[in-house]
Design a protein. Structure first.
Length: 77
């Protein structure tokens, strides 16, 4: 008996859902949704963003880290 094919669940584009066209580095609450609990930036495959949006989010997260609004990734052992 063959296994049924499993389709991956499509991630909802959070920026489109919020109605945003640009990402602001000062919006730390929104940017926290795009980083993991260890502080790493989540991939496009996980976030469901377009390539342009993913670049905007990554740049905004890096700027917010410089301004101490978001944490840097945790050091691995």
């Amino acid at each position: 008996m063959p296994k049924p094919e499993r389709r991956p669940k499509r991630r909802v584009n959070l920026l489109r859902k919020e109605g945003l066209t640009t990402v602001d580095w000062k919006d730390a609450v929104l940017l926290r949704q795009f980083i993991s609990d260890r502080g790493k930036i989540r991939s496009r495959r996980v976030t469901g963003l377009t390539p342009r949006q993913q670049r905007q989010v990554a740049t905004a997260i890096k700027n917010a880290r410089e301004m101490a609004l978001l944490p840097y990734p945790a050091q691995s052992r």
